[in-house]
Design a protein around this ligand. Structure first.
Ligand SMILES: [Zn+2]
Length: 561
């Protein structure tokens, strides 16, 4: 779910020279689609909506094509909590750093979903390779002409591999590199007081000591804020800084197929929390780059693991005996056109007459990233929950293809104004008129286990009967579907992009009001706080709804506006 506020913090805007996020209202929309009903469609076969046990008795009354139609129970049985739990664990892994759009973590997540689609045997649409389709966003990014790092090392030091720019820290500086641990100089933990920093380039490790009591223990404090550190260093005469990225603690499992040397991806934006917490977002008074751990060890000719582990263990600053090589750095950021992925996979319909029509089931894959303290919004509820449910529904449909085709979609840039789904709704992988309906799953992991909110019924009254039939037909575990409250959220997730182009769109959401979820858009949206049983129940209901939409001869009319 995207935030209701659209402003970036003013310091960030000033620092990075970025504009305000695109308001949806100004996006040019393509011609609106007038959905047509199927002319000459056959009368609905009686077996469509009866209990599975009764279907064989009725089969003599059906045409042979209809007799082969599955009742959907085989697919339904494949929806399992274990799959959902495992998918949420992967998507919320801190290595993915909150799946900000764009980021290396998001790219990894998109390729992982594409891999899942491939395993399920889903089709990639024509002209789309390996389930990934791209759109463009203009965003602050390192300017390769203006971002550089010169060192005495014999090898080439490369942007994107060894270093990257730091948002809000543009400029050039040169001097001797001086290592200063975490670069923290606060009461009770002052690593800076005995260092000669005047005219130096500070080399500092991101974050805080990993000690159970120092600086509030495992909870990151303001002392970890990279911009606060840079302000303090500037006061001590430091000219520029290299901030060293550190691996997660060893109790964080490395995701399968995670690259051994992770690229130094630029952090295009910082997370903004919805609970009123506003960390200092910069800008930095001195130029700075982020550098890799390996590079820092080479530059300083030191075993940084041993040094930082010693600080963590003792909870005290530690003197550093190492090289002070001469370095010069430049950090330049400009607006660039960046390419971002959406993920698409198709289950081909079983009925040749209907397989050219599509129901879309989608969920956004992205979240809001991390803040300058290093706190990661892992987005378990928002929206690992919906993504895992979408994958469960696609698995079920692949095992038991319905008459019409179904397109599974994982969107990106939802949190920045529904940009990924907007790109797909305006330029879908199949003709827009062949899309019968869209079902969106966003934030379905909190609130009552047996309740869910369904928005879109007001705009498309036909969905009410679809939901009722799905619930009669399958034991979804959902006892209460709220269809009236929460209308103010209708514009805040990806179904709205499809609604805007005239496609009937239904949105499943956990509970209203959203203010009952205190962890929405905070670093506390954690996997242990989502209700996997509820997500499975909602996935089962979504499966039933999609199944109904793929079978009914009559299409729903275009939405009311
Ligand atoms: Zn959100």
């Amino acid at each position: 779910m995207r935030s209701s506020q659209t402003d970036q913090p003013s310091t960030l805007v000033r620092a990075a020279g970025i504009g305000l996020p695109v308001a949806l209202g100004v996006l040019a929309l393509g011609p609106l689609l007038a959905a047509t009903s199927l002319a000459g469609a056959p009368t609905p076969p009686v077996a469509d909506h009866v209990e599975p046990a009764a279907s064989s008795a009725m089969s003599s009354a059906m045409s042979s094509a209809v007799a082969m139609r599955s009742d959907g129970s085989t697919g339904f049985e494949t929806i399992e909590e274990d799959d959902i739990e495992a998918d949420i664990a992967l998507l919320t892994n801190p290595y993915l750093e909150g799946r900000d759009s764009p980021s290396f973590g998001l790219e990894f997540a998109a390729e992982w979903v594409a891999g899942r689609f491939e395993e399920l045997g889903l089709e990639s649409p024509e002209d789309i390779e390996d389930h990934l389709t791209f759109y463009t966003r203009r965003m602050p990014a390192p300017d390769p002409e203006e971002t550089s790092l010169k060192t005495p090392l014999a090898r080439d030091v490369r942007l994107g591999a060894d270093f990257t720019a730091l948002l809000g820290a543009e400029g050039q500086a040169a001097g001797p590199a001086v290592f200063c641990g975490y670069g923290i100089g606060v009461k009770g933990f002052d690593e800076l007081k005995d260092l000669e920093l005047d005219g130096a380039i500070a080399v500092l490790v991101e974050g805080e000591p990993r000690h159970k009591r120092v600086l509030d223990g495992p909870t990151l404090t303001q002392a970890a804020n990279v911009y606060r550190k840079l302000v303090k260093l500037a006061e001590l005469g430091v000219r520029g800084a290299l901030v060293v990225r550190r691996a997660h603690p060893s109790d964080v499992p490395v995701p399968p197929q995670w690259p051994e040397r992770q690229p130094m991806g630029f952090r295009h934006t910082w997370a903004m929390w919805a609970d009123g917490t506003v960390p200092f977002y910069g800008p930095s008074p001195i130029p700075a780059l982020e550098v890799s751990w390996t590079f820092a060890e080479e530059l300083l000719e030191a075993d940084l693991d041993a040094h930082m582990d010693a600080i963590d263990k003792r909870g005290k600053p530690k003197a550093f005996e190492g090289a002070r090589p001469q370095v010069s750095l430049a950090c330049g950021i400009e607006q660039r056109n960046l390419s971002l992925p959406n993920v698409i996979g198709i289950v081909r319909g079983s009925d040749p007459e209907l397989a050219g029509e599509y129901v879309v089931i989608g969920a956004h894959l992205d979240h809001i990233g991390a803040d300058p303290l290093g706190r990661i919004g892992v987005g378990a509820d928002d929206n690992a929950s919906g993504t895992s449910a979408m994958l469960a529904v696609m698995k079920a449909l692949a095992a038991d293809p319905p008459p019409r085709s179904v397109i599974g979609m994982a969107f990106t840039s939802e949190e920045d104004g529904l940009l990924g789904s907007d790109a797909l709704a305006r330029t879908p992988p199949v003709s827009r008129s062949s899309i019968v309906a869209m079902v969106n799953l966003d934030m379905i992991g909190r609130g009552p286990t047996k309740g869910v909110v369904a928005l879109g019924v007001r705009e498309n009254p036909g969905f009410e009967g679809v939901i009722d039939d799905a619930r009669r037909r399958f034991k979804t575990g959902i006892k209460d579907v709220e269809m009236q409250e929460g209308q103010e959220l209708f514009r805040r997730s990806d179904h709205f992009s499809f609604h805007q182009v005239g496609i009937p769109a239904l949105f499943f959401f956990e509970h209203v009001p959203i203010s009952d979820n205190p962890d929405y858009h905070t670093w506390r949206d954690l996997p242990e706080l989502v209700d996997v049983a509820k997500i499975a129940n909602t996935a089962k209901l979504a499966y039933g709804v999609v199944r109904e939409l793929t079978e009914r001869p009559e299409r729903l009319p275009a939405p009311k506006r």
